[in-house]
Design a protein around this ligand. Structure first.
Ligand code: LMR
Length: 328
């Protein structure tokens, strides 16, 4: 089966009880879908080495990148079933199970990076993490960046340009509604199938952060990019609940501390990583790049109004009020 032995992945805790005196080694399998050279890829590695170092090897964190172990469609179930112990999906990927999480997908919800931080670390983040109902343990939010639009057909500057375009999206009703409000059609596809679907022209556009557009070579299959900053893509770090409960208090403290430091690190470095990837995309000369103007942004916002109207009753008043407050 694709060369992977999944039964091996299900041994979450490996005890070495043959050699007396040796401490039990705890293994955390951390699975994610992006490339290594991205904010999430680097944060996962950083977290792994902090934990390993501070527990003197008693906890080993094995990081599986690029969806090598599980893709975005099955990583959540694999986590819940204890085949792996940690994942960090885009928050959008929780919206079908936990509809209130759509709040983070609202277009133009976060005017600044500071607003994202306030949302993740303030009331919105706390409410969302608590809403996971002990199904999995929500640990923290990790940062990536604003999403940009790429297309192979034409430059997408104003909403009417989206007519007859077909976009790959993450599974999130708000993102779906966003593209339909702009006049495009959509297909929900796994992240690591995006390149292929652009290559065979099943889709002719997609939205993502610059780090994902660069590291997955999506820009090579596209002709145009609109730097629109129309939505934010970030992550929630999740842990298998039972696994967490079984850890010693001391190990829980080390993990929490390492996560807090990694969260701080990714918040400070994700912007420059995405900027560096934009420079590399520009250098490749394979895309025509357009910066959305103020007037164009106004037109997008007008077209996107219905997305807010549709989502409000699902997201609920208190979270919506928080979002409006961040936009003031
Ligand atoms: C996507 O599916 O486009 C992203 O969620 C990938 C990621 O994890 O950054």
């Amino acid at each position: 089966f694709f060369g992977f032995d999944l039964s091996e992945a299900s041994q979450s805790i490996e005890y070495d009880d043959e050699q007396e005196g040796l401490q039990d080694e705890v293994v955390i399998k951390f699975s994610h879908v992006v490339a290594e050279n991205t904010p999430k890829g680097r944060a996962a590695r950083r977290f792994a080495s902090l934990v390993q170092e501070r527990t003197e090897g008693a906890i080993k964190v094995e990081v599986y990148s690029n969806g090598a172990l599980y893709d975005d469609q099955n990583e959540y179930t694999a986590l819940k079933d204890g085949h792996i112990q940690m994942i960090a999906p885009a928050t959008s990927k929780l919206t079908e199970r936990f509809p209130k999480w759509q709040v983070l997908d609202l277009p133009f919800a976060f005017p600044t990076h500071e607003a994202v931080r306030e949302a993740y670390q303030g009331t919105i983040g706390t409410q969302l993490l608590n809403s996971l109902n002990n199904e999995v343990k929500g640990m923290t939010f990790w940062y990536n960046g604003y999403k940009q639009i790429t297309s192979s057909e034409k430059q997408l500057n104003v909403p009417s340009d989206f007519k007859r375009t077909h976009f790959r999206i993450m599974p999130s009703p708000v993102i779906d509604s966003q593209f339909h409000s702009l006049g495009a059609s959509t297909s929900k596809l796994p992240f690591n199938k995006t390149y292929h679907n652009l290559e065979v022209d099943f889709i002719n556009g997609q939205e993502n952060t610059l780090s994902n557009i660069f590291s997955k070579k999506l820009f090579q299959e596209q002709e145009y990019m609109t730097l629109s900053n129309h939505g934010y893509l970030g992550y929630v770090v999740l842990m298998n609940d039972e696994f967490w409960e079984q850890l010693s208090k001391e190990h829980q403290m080390v993990i929490n501390q390492a996560l807090q430091e990694t969260t701080d690190w990714i918040r400070r470095h994700s912007i420059e990583m995405n900027d560096a990837h934009l420079r590399q995309i520009k250098r490749s000369d394979s895309l025509e790049i357009h910066y959305l103007t103020k007037e164009q942004k106004k037109l997008w916002k007008q077209s996107l109004n219905p997305v807010y109207k549709e989502a409000e009753p699902i997201i609920g008043r208190s979270l919506m009020e928080e979002i409006y407050r961040l936009q003031e």
